[in-house]
Design a protein around this ligand. Structure first.
Ligand SMILES: Cc1cc2nc3c(=O)[nH]c(=O)nc-3n(C[C@H](O)[C@H](O)[C@H](O)COP(=O)(O)OP(=O)(O)OC[C@H]3O[C@@H](n4cnc5c(N)ncnc54)[C@H](O)[C@@H]3O)c2cc1C
Length: 557
């Protein structure tokens, strides 16, 4: 009945619906928590709309470490309930909700000392595994000797690494997953509109009865009527509370986390690596044929929409990784860099409306308005459920319980069977088996929509560029089915070219614009503006790395 396609026609009808219909639930924010809340509400049979002021996942939800994990650090804080809950979510995501997107990943916990550290870390990882229970998709942890480490991870310095313990977590392309949750919400009837910004609240006495929003493309103001407004604005929460003149029960401060991306050849290891650092941990995470290394944790007060890495951030990551790696990572090897902002929630102790539940907070600062912030990516489904559980009290009608625990995302159905049919799909479509596998791991059963495009226009089967796995059809599909509206949307979030290609893929911006321009109905001026906006973003994103490169060249000359 409902479509999952997000594109210009759907956006136009979404804008019309926002101004003319009344909703049970209006969600502000299209990060993972906002789309998770929209899916939770829509799948309970409620009438739902979601507005996002930028692109789906443009905030923190495309800038994480991309791990679906229980959080080893909570074990050190004895927060077993939190770890167990996150591990339950990990299992659900990997096995049922979206196995095409969430994959197991092995990590080595290197040991620098033979006995005491092994006993301590080993006990922690045994507990981590045990908290998941016996019904599990991911393997148990395993102790490795120094000899085994030399074979598995020759890049770990043999002079200081005495052994390691291998354990498993899971990883995800965060932006793609958030988009899949949004499209699943659309399939269940949610209206999704991007580049629509919530500007003020509509009130009836003390009760919030909707939102005045601005369609940023047309400049038009839209009055959206909703029985309950649900704010999932992450690091924008404080700013919006002030704008809406609401006294919230919590504050959200920001902490910046930076990652760098390196080629596979920079580190020789068959598994990821986790290192304890003086302030937190550093992950060295396999990402197809590359490595993502991070992260930092520093207070931040700058522009929320565009956080950038500083030269100190990049240098810190290199220094921490180089404590254990041989050969050392070099600044010249860095392919990409990205920065994200963690929403850190602090409860206002005098608040009577706030409930600090686990790592996140839900609040009802006014009748008809609820909000949620904090938490981590892994537990987005629980956060969506918690905030909608609170929101339904405002509806004054009997509403079913959340069903998202049993609701696979689009693309998940039949995924395991399709993975057994790679040869057949390849021979029928003419794609090579690597490309078919790549497509199945990004779209799951929605691969059929890509194959239809290729059948209609065989040229879309062509690779975008020799060094990356993406084909032209994926770029087209980003605009025709996945709501991409700019070159940046495609390069940074529908694909991850922004940190996978040299120079953040700026050399591909023009070819990408050519593919999406007809779908988006761009004029020559709009085409040029979108390419230019991406070029200017890349200049700022790469400034820190270029600064360090120049310094290193000066030293070496
Ligand atoms: C460096 C880093 C690493 C991390 N790694 C992990 C990890 O490995 N695993 C894990 O589980 N978690 C991780 N996290 C945490 C996780 O990424 C976040 O908790 C999660 O993405 C937050 O999602 P959100 O929806 O609350 O916020 P966001 O994704 O920021 O979404 C908020 C949205 O609200 C929109 N918005 C703002 N104002 C308005 C308005 N006026 N109108 C409409 N929309 C508006 C914004 O544009 C934005 O898209 C990490 C975080 C960081 C920063």
């Amino acid at each position: 009945m409902f479509l999952t396609q997000l594109n210009p026609d759907q956006q136009e009808s979404a804008i019309a619906a926002l101004g003319s219909e009344s909703f049970d639930v209006l969600v502000i924010g299209g990060g993972v928590n906002g789309v998770g809340a929209a899916l939770d509400a829509a799948s309970r049979g409620l009438k739902v709309a979601l507005i996002e002021s930028q692109d789906i996942a443009a905030g923190t939800s495309s800038r994480s470490s991309k791990l679906i994990h229980g959080g080893l650090r909570y074990l050190e804080q004895y927060d077993f309930r939190l770890v167990r809950e996150a591990l339950h979510e990990r299992e659900l995501l990997v096995s049922t909700l979206c196995p095409h997107l969430v994959k197991p990943v092995g990590f080595l916990f290197p040991l620098t000392e033979k006995f005491k550290e092994r006993t301590y870390v080993g006990a922690g990882l045994a507990l981590y595994d045990a908290l998941r229970g016996f019904q599990r998709t991911l393997p148990w942890h395993k102790h490795l000797s120094q000899k085994q480490i030399n074979e598995i991870a020759p890049s770990l310095r043999p002079d200081i690494i005495m052994g390691a313990i291998k354990y498993f977590d899971a990883q995800v392309d965060d932006a793609r997953h958030t988009l899949s949750v949004a499209r699943t919400a659309a399939r269940h009837g949610a209206i999704i509109a991007t580049r629509v910004s919530a500007e003020s609240l509509i009130r009836n006495g003390k009760r919030v009865v909707g939102v005045k929003a601005k369609d940023l493309a047309s400049g038009q103001t839209i009055a959206i009527k909703a029985t309950v407004t649900v704010m999932c604005a992450g690091i924008w929460s404080d700013e919006l509370h002030t704008k809406f003149d609401l006294k919230a029960g919590y504050n959200v401060t920001m902490s910046k986390g930076v990652h760098i991306v390196l080629p596979g050849s920079a580190i020789k290891s068959d598994a990821g690596i986790i290192l304890k650092t003086p302030v937190s941990v550093l992950f060295i995470i396999p990402w197809a044929d590359k490595w993502i290394v991070g992260t930092t944790d520093t207070p931040y007060t700058g522009d929320r929409a565009q956080p950038f890495a500083s030269r100190e951030d990049v240098q810190y990551i290199l220094d921490q990784a180089n404590r254990v790696l041989t050969p050392q990572l070099k600044i010249e090897e860095i392919i990409g860099v990205y920065a994200g902002l963690r929403p850190l929630v602090a409860n206002n102790k005098s608040s009577v409306t706030t409930k600090l539940s686990r790592e996140h907070t839900v609040d009802r600062p006014a009748p008809g308005f609820v909000s949620i912030a904090g938490g981590k990516y892994t537990t987005y489904r629980i956060m969506g459920k918690d905030v909608i559980d609170l929101a339904v009290n405002e509806l004054r009608k009997i509403t079913p319980e959340s069903v998202t625990e049993k609701l696979p995302l689009i693309g998940a159905d039949g995924y395991f069977a399709l993975m057994q049919q790679i040869e057949a799909i390849s021979s029928e479509s003419g794609l090579d088996t690597d490309t078919t596998t790549h497509l199945l791991n990004r779209y799951g059963s929605m691969i059929s929509e890509i194959l239809v495009l290729i059948k209609e226009t065989p040229a879309l089967a062509k690779k975008l560029t020799a060094d990356l796995p993406y084909i032209t059809a994926e770029i087209y599909y980003a605009a025709s089915h996945e709501g991409a509206r700019t070159v940046d949307d495609v390069i940074s979030r529908r694909t991850r070219i922004a940190f996978e290609a040299p120079n953040h893929g700026v050399d591909l911006a023009d070819s990408i614009a050519q593919i999406i321009a007809p779908v988006l109905g761009w004029s020559a001026k709009e085409y040029k503006a979108s390419v230019a906006a991406y070029e200017s973003l890349v200049d700022r994103e790469l400034a820190s790395v270029n600064e360090l490169l120049n310094e290193s060249e000066k030293v070496n000359s």
